[in-house]
Ligand binder design. Structure first.
Ligand SMILES: Cc1cc2ncn([C@H]3O[C@H](COP(=O)(O)O)[C@@H](O)[C@H]3O)c2cc1C
Ligand SMILES: O=C(O)c1cccnc1
Length: 346
């Protein structure tokens, strides 16, 4: 369904590692940033790497039937209100995208309400709200196919428009419940181990959320080995599109900064849609959601920063973007010991 994923360039990776050690600093002095710069160079297939100048963010929005189970601080209507707010500006993602000079695209995949947003925002809309996955499938076979096609097409459009790094963001009340279900289904973790505070829920709501995840897991169990069937049964149109977007970015050899619990749950499924895709992804930050930790562990990714964020929208990835951009520039632009005429004792 997805073309094979080629790994980032191994010989360029070696050239980058070699270059870091010739730059005017002691070996390893820039810590994890050296790995980040090396990764960007290997993704670009060139060392020194080009500076990151054309980041693009895509926010995938949709409602989730489980929101009616009382598992969020916010009512389901907040999704549509936040969607309008993103389109007009004022969300964290708007501020952070602007601060980074990143192009921002908002995509309504399955928001329940009709909203006065431009047609292009709704162009890929699959339905009005995805099914409540504790009791019914999120999508039909046709809808999951449309959502995956949308995610793939959006990745292709963004890559073809010229980008050097992509970010996916999420919007949808109840989506931390759906993320927890997917992570539990794919890691075998218990509901109590994946369920967190989401938008800030209290203990009583947390207990309800665990029960919803437990019920949904019974339905997910039979299909967990089949990523498309899992998306249809237990995800949503927005998360299905996000998974396809992450997979296709890797197919198109474009690095992606993952955000928090929701994008990383989508990434867990995307790695199964397009094995090896994870080599094109960087874990930007560590969300406070426990499902995020488990998903990152399965993907073998280590978060760059931990600011105790749990916001989604791509906010954690946009916070990490300047670090990635600076690591890339240091690898490209710092002078070498030889050029500077500096010698060391070793
Ligand atoms: C105004 C607003 C902006 C948001 N931006 C991200 N989220 C995040 O919080 C929600 C997930 O938490 P839960 O699973 O507990 O509902 C999602 O909308 C997610 O995108 C927001 C939520 C709200 C209300
Ligand atoms: O980790 C996240 O991205 C997250 C956590 C809670 C709510 N929304 C997003």
């Amino acid at each position: 369904m997805f073309l094979p994923v080629c790994p980032p360039d191994e010989s360029v990776k070696q050239a980058a590692l070699d270059r870091w050690d010739r730059l005017v600093k002691s070996p390893g002095a820039l810590g994890d940033l050296e790995d980040v710069g090396t990764w960007i160079a290997a993704c670009q297939g060139v060392c020194p790497p080009r500076p990151l100048t054309r980041p693009r963010v895509v926010v995938f929005a949709g409602d989730h039937g489980v929101a009616t189970r009382g598992i969020s601080v916010y009512p389901a209507e907040a999704t549509a209100q936040a969607l309008i707010m993103f389109v007009t500006g004022g969300g964290a993602v708007n501020v952070l995208a602007a601060a980074n000079g990143a192009a921002l695209r908002i995509v309504d995949m399955a928001v329940a309400a009709e909203t006065p947003v431009p047609d292009e925002v709704k162009r890929f809309k699959v339905r009005h709200g995805s099914g409540a996955v504790d009791q019914e499938d999120a999508l039909t076979d046709n809808e999951v196919r449309l959502a995956v096609e949308a995610g793939r097409a959006i990745a292709d459009q963004e890559v073809d428009a010229g980008t050097d790094v992509l970010i996916a963001g999420d919007l949808g009340i109840g989506n931390s419940t759906v993320a927890a279900i997917l992570v539990a289904a794919l890691t075998g973790a218990e509901p109590t181990a994946v369920v967190g505070r989401g938008s800030g829920i209290d203990n009583e709501t947390w207990i309800r959320k665990v029960a919803v995840v437990r019920d949904a897991l019974c339905r997910a169990h039979a299909v967990r080995a089949n990523p498309l069937a899992l998306l249809r049964t237990s995800a949503s149109a927005d998360i299905a599109a996000m998974a396809a977007f992450l997979a296709q970015a890797a197919v198109r050899r474009t690095p992606v900064l993952l955000d928090g619990a929701i994008t990383t749950a989508a990434a867990l499924v995307a790695e199964r849609l397009a094995p090896g895709a994870r080599q094109w992804w960087l874990a930007s930050h560590r969300s406070t959601e426990p499902s995020h930790q488990l998903a990152l562990a399965q993907l073998g990714l280590k978060p760059l920063v931990d600011l105790k964020m749990r916001h989604g929208e791509g906010s954690g990835a946009l916070i990490a973007l300047p670090l990635v951009a600076m690591a890339t520039r240091m690898l490209a632009e710092m002078t070498t010991f030889k050029e500077a005429g500096i010698t060391s004792h070793v």
